[in-house]
Design a protein around this ligand. Structure first.
Ligand SMILES: [Zn+2]
Length: 404
C-alpha cells in the first residue's frame, strides 16, 4: 500500500487494521523507518490495542478539533473497546496531535500529568518531533503514568524522537549543548515540514492561504515604534547600571549571572550604537530592549534574594511580540505550517487572535512577523530558543552587523 496522504476514514481504518502504525515519509524527519520501528515496538509492548495515524489530512474531517474527531471515528470503525489512538492531522489551519484513550485503556490525562511533573515551567514539548511526542505520550500510558523523569526526558534527547538536529542553529556559541536549542531545532523543523507540504501540493496552498487570511483580519493594536523602543532600552540600561552598582555593594553576582549581565549589557549598548530609529531598526532595537531586561531581571533576582531561576534560565520575552514584556506563560503559536510552544505574555497566552510584531526587511521594506525573517533574532527566538541571547547577538555584531 502506498502512503496515505489524504485518505477517507474508511481507507485509514483499513490501513490501520493491516498496520497499526501509519507514518508517511513527510512526518518521519528523515528517519521514517526508525520512527515506524520505534512506534511498532511501543504498540507491541502495550497490552491494549494502540494505533498511530499520521496523515496530512482526512477527507471531510479537518475542523479545529479534527485529530480527536478522527480518533473517535476510527475507534468506531476499528471495533470499539479498549484502545489508544494517536492522530496527527490537519486541524483547521494547522496540524495537530491528539492521543486519545477509549474504554479501560490508561487515561490520556496521565500524559498531561507527566508533562506538568516533568516540565513544571511549561515547554514540555520542546525539542520533540511530532512522532516523538506521540511516542512519549504512548509510553507514559504504557507505564500507567509511572514514568521515570530520565525516560521522559530521553525522548527530546534521542533519535529518532527529537526534532531533527540538521536544523540546529548555526554559530559557535556553544548553544548546541543547551537543552533550549532543541526548540530552535523544532522551529526549523517546522520549515522542513513546510517544505514537505509543498511536495504534497494542495494542502500547502490551503494552509498558506488560511494563514494569510488569519494575519490579514483586523487592525493591529498600537505598539511602540522604533523611537519608543530605543528610549525604553536606554532607560532600562540606565536603571541597570544603578542597580548593578547596588548589587556589587552586596558582594557581587555569581559567575553565571555576572557573565550574562555583562554580556547582555555590552551587546545591548553596541546594538544601540549601531542603530538609529528607522523602521528597519525595530528588530535590533527590540533585541537591545530584551537584552537589557534579561540583565535587569538577573540583577533584580540577586538583589531581592530570590536567586537564579530554576536551571539558570533567563528572563524570556513574549514570543508573539517581545515588546509585551515577560513570557510568563506558554502557548502554541503558528510558525510556518506548525504550532510551536513558546513563551507568551498573559494577554497573548489567553488571546484568541495574535498580533505578532511585524518588522520590515528586504529591498521593498515589506513587513512580516519577525520570526519569518532570517535574522539572528528569529534563529534565537529573542531568547525563546537560547539561554544566553547575547552570545549569538554579539557574534552577529562581530560578523559585521545583525542581519536583516
Ligand atoms: Zn504578548
Amino acid at each position: 500500500m502506498g502512503e496515505l496522504l489524504d485518505p477517507t476514514l474508511d481507507e485509514l481504518a483499513t490501513a490501520l487494521r493491516e498496520d497499526p502504525v501509519q507514518v508517511p515519509q513527510m512526518f518521519g524527519n528523515g528517519r521514517t523507518e526508525e520512527v515506524r520501528e520505534g512506534l511498532h515496538e511501543i504498540v507491541e509492548e502495550a497490552d491494549f490495542p494502540v494505533y498511530v495515524a499520521m496523515v496530512p489530512q482526512v477527507v471531510d474531517v479537518t475542523g479545529e478539533d479534527a485529530a480527536r474527531e478522527v480518533a473517535t471515528l476510527l475507534h468506531q470503525r476499528l471495533g470499539g473497546g479498549d484502545a489508544v489512538i494517536a492522530v496527527h492531522t490537519r486541524e483547521g489551519e494547522y496540524l495537530g496531535t491528539e492521543v486519545v484513550s477509549f474504554g479501560d485503556a490508561p487515561g490520556e490525562e496521565l500524559a498531561g500529568r507527566a508533562a506538568s511533573e516533568n516540565a513544571p515551567g511549561g515547554g514540555a514539548n520542546y525539542g520533540l518531533s511530532e512522532p516523538g511526542l506521540i511516542a512519549r505520550e504512548l509510553t507514559v500510558l504504557l507505564r500507567d503514568g509511572e514514568i521515570e523523569p530520565s525516560e521522559w526526558a530521553s525522548f527530546a534527547q534521542q533519535d529518532p524522537w527529537r526534532a531533527p538536529e540538521d536544523w540546529h542553529a548555526g554559530g559557535d556559541d556553544g548553544a548546541g549543548a543547551d537543552g533550549s536549542t532543541w526548540v530552535l531545532a523544532l522551529l526549523f523543523g517546522a520549515f522542513a515540514a513546510g517544505a514537505a507540504f509543498v511536495v504534497s501540493g494542495v494542502v500547502a496552498d490551503r494552509l498558506a492561504a488560511a494563514r494569510r487570511a488569519a494575519l490579514e483580519r483586523g487592525t493591529a493594536p498600537e505598539q511602540p515604534g522604533p523611537e519608543d523602543v530605543r528610549a525604553e532600552a536606554e532607560l532600562e540600561l540606565e536603571a541597570l547600571a544603578t542597580e548593578l552598582a547596588g548589587a556589587l555593594g552586596e558582594g557581587g553576582l555569581g559567575e553565571q549571572a555576572r557573565v550574562r549581565v555583562d554580556g547582555s549589557y555590552d551587546t545591548a549598548r553596541t546594538l544601540l550604537e549601531r542603530t538609529g530609529t528607522g523602521r528597519d531598526d525595530l528588530g535590533d532595537l527590540v533585541g537591545a530592549l530584551v537584552l537589557a531586561r534579561v540583565a535587569r531581571d538577573e540583577v533584580a533576582r540577586h538583589v531581592s534574594g530570590r536567586g537564579p531561576r530554576p536551571g539558570g534560565q533567563p528572563w524570556r520575552p513574549c514570543f508573539v511580540d517581545p515588546r509585551h514584556g515577560e513570557g510568563t506563560r506558554t502557548r502554541r503559536v503558528p510558525v510556518a505550517d506548525r504550532l510551536l510552544e513558546v513563551p507568551a505574555c498573559a494577554a497573548c497566552a489567553d488571546a484568541e487572535r495574535l498580533w505578532p510584531m511585524e518588522v520590515a526587511a528586504g529591498p521593498l521594506g515589506r513587513t512580516r512577523p519577525w520570526y519569518e525573517h532570517d535574522t539572528v533574532w528569529s534563529r534565537a527566538g529573542y531568547g525563546a530558543f537560547v539561554d544566553d541571547l547575547w552570545r549569538p547577538a554579539a557574534d552577529a555584531l562581530r560578523a559585521g552587523g545583525v542581519e536583516r
